[in-house]
Design a protein around this ligand. Structure first.
Ligand SMILES: Cc1cc2nc3c(=O)[nH]c(=O)nc-3n(C[C@H](O)[C@H](O)[C@H](O)COP(=O)(O)OP(=O)(O)OC[C@H]3O[C@@H](n4cnc5c(N)ncnc54)[C@H](O)[C@@H]3O)c2cc1C
Length: 392
């Protein structure tokens, strides 16, 4: 074995960044190693589909989180952790090194869902800063980019490209953009913003396969029609990268299972961020793929690894921004649930999603400063509550 560290962090995303900084703040003398498959040091991931496209003064250099400077961690980029020996408390890396740990954090996030498309530079499964750089090269100058997926990644990318001299076709399965998550009047407003920005909408369609040649990328949709574009961006969600944990014999269930102290079934191994299946204090056990969770859970796990006996009791919110629309949410947004829509006027609204146990989610549509109130409604409102409008 070449080296040992007090803390080894697997993954170089926002969770890893927050954890390393919290460990250093709590125990400045502790040694930390971050092993990341990414080629870039940790950066703000949400900016890849928003701020970097719409704020000309914000550069990729501004997007760097300054992890090493702030935490004193050693950072190994472009390197995978390939296995864990829990008995010996070591990990083995793709460059053949074996590294010892006192405590180990799995912050491996997830990998984008792939389609049956050729392995081609013009097919981008959008997740990393390298994907952002590639899409910059493939877009602009009036080129045509097909964006696949109508959830937040697809819609943010479509909006970003439309504002950057790119012809965009957005392919999504809903009949109305956002129709599976928003109440109908909100989905109609959402879709209209894309139409006004001249985004072509391929409604009710899925991509089945595709080919690529000198002329571009050619997608075959599920109605048999074809869509030709200069490039295609896919944003269809992720699968958690939990195989390292599973192969090490840790409990996994569509993610690495942790307790309220973010510990796995091995007390020296922790997991946090997109990969962690944790017991949320309000919403119950779940895995959350949002940045508030990555930052707050990352910081909490760092403090816990450094000796704190706290429990993680923060219920994360989620946000997205397209064109002039900003929305935030707590809990589940599912338009198949009964919804109560409280129209606040001037393009602002709150929607409550009702499930069997009461309010399961709250959507804050162009409404700021109400996340805590939304958490309270989800925590407190039982199925009998009928007076929801006006609660926020
Ligand atoms: C384009 C985009 C926009 C987003 N916008 C928003 C938004 O507006 N609002 C919001 O709430 N959320 C947003 N999110 C989600 C949010 O960014 C993520 O929830 C968060 O960044 C997850 O952080 P993480 O560190 O847990 O996982 P990741 O960011 O996935 O990081 C995991 C890291 O682990 C590395 N890794 C994996 N396996 C290994 C291994 N075996 N060895 C070494 N390294 C490994 C990966 O290379 C990566 O560096 C967005 C996500 C994307 C992709």
């Amino acid at each position: 074995m070449s080296t040992s560290y007090d803390h080894v962090i697997v993954g170089g995303g926002m969770t890893a960044d927050a954890a390393a900084k919290a460990i250093h703040e709590t125990t400045p003398e502790a040694t930390i190693l971050i092993v990341s498959a990414d080629v870039d040091a940790p950066y703000t991931r949400p900016a890849l589909s928003k701020k970097l496209w719409i704020d000309p003064d914000y550069t990729p250099a501004d997007n760097d989180l300054g992890t090493v400077e702030a935490s004193g961690a050693e950072l190994r980029l472009g390197t995978m952790v390939e296995s864990i020996d829990r008995e010996a408390r070591t990990v083995t890396t793709s460059d053949g090194d074996t590294v010892g740990y006192g405590r180990l954090l799995l912050a491996t996030g997830g990998s984008p869902t792939a389609l049956d498309l050729p392995d081609d530079d013009r097919v981008v499964y959008f997740r990393t800063a390298a994907d952002y750089r590639r899409l910059r090269e493939l877009s602009g100058d009036g080129r045509h980019v097909a964006v696949v997926g109508g959830s937040y990644i697809g819609t943010e990318i479509a909006a970003a490209l439309a504002r950057n001299d790119t012809r965009v076709t957005l392919v999504f399965p809903d009949d109305v953009l956002g129709g599976s998550i928003f109440p109908a009047p909100i989905a109609a407003t959402f879709e209209k913003a894309f139409e006004e920005a001249r985004v072509d909408l391929a409604r009710g369609r899925r991509v089945e396969s595709g080919t690529a040649d000198d002329a571009g990328v050619h997608l075959v949709l599920d109605d048999g029609s074809t869509l030709d574009a200069d490039a295609v961006v896919v944003g269809l969600g992720i699968s958690p990268d939990d195989s390292l944990a599973a192969e090490a014999g840790l409990d996994t269930d569509d993610g690495v299972v942790v307790d309220e102290g973010l510990r796995t079934s091995d007390p020296n191994v922790f997991a946090a961020g997109d990969v962690a299946d944790y017991p949320d204090a309000i919403l119950g056990r779940r895995r959350v793929e949002h940045v508030d969770n990555a930052k707050s859970q990352g910081a909490a796990v760092g403090r816990i690894m450094a000796g704190s006996d706290e429990v993680y009791d923060h219920t994360p919110y989620y946000y997205s921004k397209v064109f002039d629309i900003s929305y935030e949410a707590v809990g589940t947004l599912d338009a198949s649930l009964e919804t109560v829509l409280d129209d606040k006027g001037e393009g602002r609204a709150v929607a409550y999603y009702l499930g069997e146990d009461g309010v399961e989610g709250v959507l804050l549509w162009n409404v700021e400063g109400a996340r805590d109130a939304a958490r309270e409604v989800v925590r407190e409102c039982t199925p009998g509550d009928v007076e929801l409008a006006g609660r926020i």
